[in-house]
Ligand binder design. Structure first.
Ligand SMILES: Cc1cc2nc3c(=O)[nH]c(=O)nc-3n(C[C@H](O)[C@H](O)[C@H](O)COP(=O)(O)OP(=O)(O)OC[C@H]3O[C@@H](n4cnc5c(N)ncnc54)[C@H](O)[C@@H]3O)c2cc1C
Length: 418
């Protein structure tokens, strides 16, 4: 098969939110940017509930106007249900000054809007182009991509941004893969019609139902009338429906959840059920000579707080800026400007994920007392709400600055008074 060689300043692997944000930011600085994407868009991907923090990234990358035109379901907060108890976080009532809302989006649609917009900005996006190999020579590399017809192409780039999500191209090729620290969990999900959706906020907002201490269900309504349903948790439960297909498993699981049984019992499947196992991933290195890793390709902990896309856009934005600086010959402190920043967010969320699964955060969420309306309790809730809104870089928030201590001390106080 014939091989052609092309040269760009920055090659981005993957046209998900991370790759598109990185591409737009690099393009704004005048670089010749190319994205290579394995799939043909639109393609299904999970990760549909955004966080207010990522609106800043989408805005800076120039996507806000076109996204507002799509009329996606607005998300103003999140509701958690355990038994007969409910806990509602409203992003308008949070500690950090920032966005008070975001969207719930079918990702096939959302990602296609981003990719089309980035093409309009002048970025070359090559679909159905799978990266199979990368040769690094300092800050100069040759990437081989394979097209669906089996033809190969070589692309020379001064810098590579790996935003390949679950493809994890550079961690795999450079042997940087590391098992995530969280215990292996599984997730199974689908989209259903939602024809008896409740009126008002309950029919619109993302809801999490705690089914068992380490198994929970998400309900994410979309503006197209369909709703995303997913179950996440320990493998024993997810695997306990022996002989059932994935679609049958989800139906049986819904029957197991009294709060959602009636609403979803007779709905039609819109997307075949998918199952993902051991989704927690990590990389030994996020940056090296001539490359940086962003989004899910770098690290993913757990879906419980819907942080994945926000990390993807935050790291894509930062990578786009820093690579630009580097190529202009300005000095870059990768450790301070990129790696520490990314881990600040990851480590904060990790505390919340860990304490969610050990039950202590759930106890905080569902704690009620006569003093609930006292100013100090209201303040604590606002601080936690900012974390759930994705403001995990606001170190003035004690629930960010001293995340581990703040969560464990509060949970101890609550356990003693319950
Ligand atoms: C069960 C579950 C539920 C989740 N729910 C949420 C949620 O509600 N909210 C949220 O924010 N996050 C959620 N996430 C996380 C979310 O899925 C990801 O964090 C997010 O999609 C990451 O975006 P990205 O741009 O890094 O990668 P992706 O969106 O995965 O994009 C990467 C792109 O790279 C392409 N690619 C891969 N390999 C190659 C290759 N070799 N060559 C070329 N291209 C390649 C892929 O085709 C893909 O299009 C969830 C995750 C799981 C597992």
């Amino acid at each position: 098969m014939s091989q052609s060689v092309e040269s760009v300043d920055i090659l981005i692997i993957g046209a998900g939110p991370s790759g598109c944000v990185a591409a737009s930011i690099a393009n704004q600085q005048g670089y010749k940017v190319k994205i290579v994407e394995r799939s043909k868009f639109p393609r299904f991907v999970i990760g549909e509930s955004l966080l207010p923090k990522c609106m800043e990234h989408l805005e800076e990358a120039g996507f806000m106007e076109v996204l507002k035109e799509q009329n996606y379901q607005k998300k103003h907060g999140a509701k958690f249900i355990r038994g007969d108890k409910e806990c509602l976080f409203d992003f308008a009532e949070q500690y950090t000054q920032g966005w008070t809302w975001t969207w719930q989006v079918p990702r096939d649609h959302f990602d296609q809007v981003l990719a089309t917009e980035v093409q309009k900005m002048g970025v070359d996006v090559s679909f159905q182009s799978t990266v199979t190999d990368v040769e690094f020579r300092g800050s100069d590399s040759t990437t081989t991509i394979e097209k669906v017809d089996g033809s190969k192409q070589k692309i020379n780039a001064k810098f590579i941004i790996d935003s390949s999500g679950y493809g994890r191209v550079l961690p795999r090729l450079l042997n940087l893969e590391k098992q995530g620290e969280s215990p292996a969990r599984k997730a199974i999900f689908t989209h259903l019609t939602d024809t008896i959706r409740p009126q008002g906020p309950d029919g619109q907002q993302i809801t999490f139902v705690i089914h068992k201490r380490d198994v929970w269900m998400w309900i994410i309504p979309f503006s197209n009338g369909n709703t995303s349903i997913g179950f996440v948790g320990n493998s024993d439960y997810i695997d306990s429906f022996e002989g059932a297909t994935k679609d049958e498993k989800i139906s049986k699981m819904i029957q197991d959840v009294p709060q959602m049984r009636d609403r979803f019992a007779n709905q039609t499947t819109q997307v075949k059920a998918h199952q993902i196992e051991t989704y927690a991933v990590s990389s030994k290195q996020l940056h090296g000579e001539g490359f940086v890793i962003t989004g899910n390709s770098s690290e993913f902990i757990d879906p419980i707080f819907s942080s994945g896309v926000t990390f993807a856009t935050q790291s894509g934005l930062l990578a786009g800026k820093i690579v630009g600086k580097h190529l202009r010959g300005e000095s870059v402190d990768w450790e301070g400007e990129y790696i520490n920043h990314i881990y600040q967010g990851i480590d904060t969320f990790r505390t919340y994920v860990t304490s969610w699964y050990d039950g202590s955060l759930q106890d905080i969420f569902f704690y009620t007392s006569d003093s609930e309306k006292q100013p100090s309790n209201v303040n604590l809730k606002r601080q936690i709400c900012s974390v759930l809104a994705g403001y995990v870089w606001d170190k003035t928030n004690p629930f960010v600055r001293k995340h581990e201590k703040a969560v464990s001390s509060l949970s101890r106080v609550i356990r003693m008074s319950s």
